[in-house]
Each structure stands twice: as C-alpha cells, then as structure tokens.
Design a protein around this ligand. Structure first.
Ligand code: ADP
Ligand code: MG
Length: 254
C-alpha cells in the first residue's frame, strides 16, 4: 500500500535521508525505531506527503505522490491520519472541537453527523465525558488519546504515529500503545509508528525498520530484529546509552 523508494533528503546541504526504501502492505503495522535526530520524523513527513524528497519517491497504492497536483494530494491526504509528536492539539479548542475539526474542514457534514462521528471517536479512545475540556485541563495521557481520536475520526486507511507515548509515565504509555493496537485490530488501517517503546512496540507490529545515519540499517520482522547480531541493532535493543545519544554532527561517518 505504501512504498518508499530510494528517498534522499538534505536540509541546507546536510543529508538526513540517504536512500530509504521499504514498503508496508495494506493493513500491516510497521514500527520505525532509531536514535533521536536520525530522521524518523522527516521520513514520516515524506510518507505523508508533507515534505518532498530531493530524490526517490513515495507511492501510495502504486501512485507516486510527486505526480499529484496540489488538489489531488490534498484529497489523498484525507485518507491519512497523523498523530504528531506531542499531540499538537489546538490549545484554544475543546477536546470535542479538536476532534470535530477534521470533519468540519474536510467534509460537508450536518452538525448532527459531525457530533455522532466525533463522539464515536472519543468513545473509542475512552474520552467520553471530556468533550468540553481544553487541552491544558487534561492529563498528558488524555492529550494523546484526543490526538488519536482526531486522527481516527476521518476513518483513515493509513495512520502515521510520531512517538505517540513520549513524555508519558510507563503505565500510561503502555495503555496508549494498547489502545493503538486495539484500534488497529478493529479498524485495520495501515500504520507506521515511530516509537522508543522497545521491546513493547514489537508486540503490536509486523515489521520494524531501524533508521540509522539516514538509512534503514535493518528492516524485517520483530523476531528477526531480536535475533540480529548487527552491532547497531544490538545497541538499540540494549538501550545502550552511547548509542542512544542524539546525533549531533550529522552526516555519514563511513
Ligand atoms: N525542516 C527542517 N529544516 C532543517 N533541518 C531539519 C528540518 N527537519 C528536520 N531537520 C533535521 O533533520 C534531522 C532529523 O530530524 P528528525 O527527523 O526530527 O529526527 P528524529 O529521528 O529524532 O525524528 C535533524 O538533524 C533535524 O535537525
Ligand atoms: Mg522525531
């Protein structure tokens, strides 16, 4: 369903993606792991058509995103959901209005249908009752739930999750991952999730990619990753401090 082919991207001459290729079949879930600053968010933004690659392409159902005009791209993106790092709710809008926002923006619905679908999405993530609260009035876990509801409300075929549990305590983080897994089982969207929840994330995905120095150092099943003897994979799995440090000087070393 979604395919990346030889993606390259540099910002002001500094390479971030240096030839990333993989695909995720329809209905499958893939985790993207890797140290901070190695381009995971940049990769997600390319997949979602928010950034254009310098070279290479992203195809959805075989169609190259670069071949689409602005209008077609906007239409295609309505089939996508995006859960941003930090939630990215509108601070001045209630939880309800945040979740209703994509419905009001993208579809011509009667307010009655907006209300039904927003309520459905909120119930799905366990937020029934919090509709009238502002983001500042709810806990971090509830913000992530609201962000998830907002991504689900258009019933997307493809959902990108960028570190949906960052900043949460471990118990809340697990609850959010379990909720995402449950939504995936019920709704069967194709999913790509950036996560540091290793090895917990492996229980809910079929594929894992390890982004390292702008390339997929590893791509395969969680079991294959756990069995890998590649030094970068091993360090990642161990949560090795030196290896986990953010990358400060970008660019290839070898
Ligand atoms: N819009 C941008 N302009 C310039 N540099 C960027 C931009 N977006 C990301 N970068 C750089 O790309 C690198 C990878 O960032 P990112 O994808 O956010 O990493 P992470 O793996 O932590 O998500 C970082 O060095 C970051 O500073
Ligand atoms: Mg990121």
């Amino acid at each position: 369903m979604i395919q990346a082919v030889g993606l390259h991207k540099a910002f002001e001459g500094v390479p971030v993606l240096r030839g990333v290729s993989f695909e995720v079949p329809r209905g499958h879930f893939m985790a993207l792991v890797g140290r901070s600053g190695h381009g995971k968010s940049v990769l997600l933004r390319h997949l979602a058509g928010m950034l254009r690659p310098d070279r290479g392409r992203v195809c959805i159902d075989g169609q190259d995103l670069a071949s689409l005009g602005a209008h077609e791209l906007r239409r295609l993106r309505r089939r996508f959901g995006f859960v941003f790092q930090g939630g990215a709710l509108f601070d001045s809008m209630t939880v309800y209005d945040n979740v209703a926002f994509p419905l009001r923006e993208c579809m011509r619905l009667e307010e009655e249908d907006v209300s039904r679908r927003a309520s459905e999405a909120l119930a799905r993530v366990g937020l029934a009752g919090a509709e009238g609260k502002l983001p500042a009035q709810i806990s971090g876990g509830m913000v992530k739930r609201a962000a998830l509801a907002r991504a689900l409300v258009l019933e997307p075929e493809l959902i990108f999750f960028d570190e949906p549990t960052t900043g949460l305590d471990p118990i809340t983080a697990h609850a959010i991952l379990e909720l995402i897994a449950q939504c995936h089982r019920n709704l069967r969207f194709t999913g790509i999730i950036v996560s540091h929840q290793i090895p917990r994330i492996f229980e809910i995905v079929e594929h894992v990619g390890l982004l390292h120095d702008g390339r997929l150092r590893f791509v395969g099943t969680p079991d294959d990753m756990l069995a890998s003897d590649d030094e970068v994979v091993v360090a990642m799995l161990r949560g090795d401090d030196a290896q986990m440090e953010p990358r400060r000087t970008p660019g290839p070393r070898r």
